[in-house]
Ligand binder design. Sequence first.
Ligand SMILES: Cc1cc2nc3c(=O)[nH]c(=O)nc-3n(C[C@H](O)[C@H](O)[C@H](O)COP(=O)(O)OP(=O)(O)OC[C@H]3O[C@@H](n4cnc5c(N)ncnc54)[C@H](O)[C@@H]3O)c2cc1C
Length: 382
Amino acid sequence: MKAQRYDYIIAGMGCAGLSLAAQLSAAGLTRGKKILLIDRERKDVNNRTWCFWETQPGFFENIVFRSWRGAWFHSSSHSALLDLDPYHYKMIRGLDFNTYCLKMIKQDPAFEVVHDEVISIHSEGEVAECTTTHDRYEAPWIFSSIIFDKPAILPDEYFLLQHFKGWVIKSPKPVFDPAKATLMDFRPSQQKGTTFVYVMPFTPTEALVEYTLFTPSLLDDTSYDRGLNNYIREHIGIEEWEVVEEEFGVIPMTNHRFPKSHNRIIHIGTAGGMTKASSGYTFRFIQKDTAEIIRQLQKTGRPERSATWAKRFQWYDSVLLNILHHQTLQGDAIFTDLFKYNAPDKILKFLDNETTLAEDMKIMWSLPQWPFMKAGIAEALK
Ligand SMILES: Cc1cc2nc3c(=O)[nH]c(=O)nc-3n(C[C@H](O)[C@H](O)[C@H](O)COP(=O)(O)OP(=O)(O)OC[C@H]3O[C@@H](n4cnc5c(N)ncnc54)[C@H](O)[C@@H]3O)c2cc1C
């Protein structure tokens, strides 16, 4: 079977694939090109929400569902209302994102969409090839966000899971302040490991409540439900509510180095290392990476990008994973110190890998020094 030829193939139409397609089109880089998008799913369900923060309107500003300037942090020993200025904490619903990107793709004659299972992607010489259940396709470049197998974690690497179950609930009485989100609430039991809840209020009676853990393995389904039920009763203070939507997610928290490219295959999204190992946040890193790919294409005609952030941020992530993995300190205690002793904008900047070394030092200084120093040395020596 002869392979069908394209200028670019985008394998995986999730956050990274659709972000790239939409931004290639907006930048005029699709003119005169033939681009194939492949995914096994039709992308017509609302199966996730993305939260992230920005100081400026971003590419997806039109579809931001809600945004907040104020947010609560809670733990058993500290509570504070954080002024996030100059950041806005934003939420985009998955279905709005898909619809927005797919509309741009439909309007651009460069794109062709195929729904099929990708079996393999490989690259030799100047060409990359993608095999699906029904066909073969080739292009000078394939952008892939598909992870075929769980990466082989080396003995000195960590692999924790950030796993969560979220409910959009409707309360019969007004209990939420739509101007203030809850970024992290560590008051629920920490017995199963680092556990927190975040609450994103939409109206006085409706909010997304998400029960989240950083642990090596998943819980049974009833434990997430119990965590959500307890939180809603104890901390939101209601006995009755309706669950109108549900989401479940698992995000790898690993310092495993995902290769950013292999010959003519450009790995994007989580597959390209865009998930921050210590927080699971990915959306903004994907957008920054997409912008870098676009910049490189405009400058050199090739999509290969250099490092998107300084190497020291990978080391910070490894240090936190080391501490969580060895349970040297409890996650809630670390985040309490982080939020107690640092300005919220500096924390968000730090979590975005955008702080200066001097700002990093100030943040490090606020955390329990001996355990962090020990873990820091251990990770630096690897
Ligand atoms: C429920 C959930 C909520 C999240 N919330 C946030 C958040 O609030 N903020 C944040 O920053 N990050 C969040 N994340 C993390 C991250 O932003 C998402 O996982 C994001 O979707 C990653 O984008 P991606 O393109 O790398 O992967 P995906 O979006 O998962 O896209 C991969 C695509 O590849 C397709 N695919 C996979 N294998 C094949 C195959 N063999 N053949 C064909 N198609 C295939 C899939 O159908 C999918 O469409 C969340 C993750 C989850 C799971």
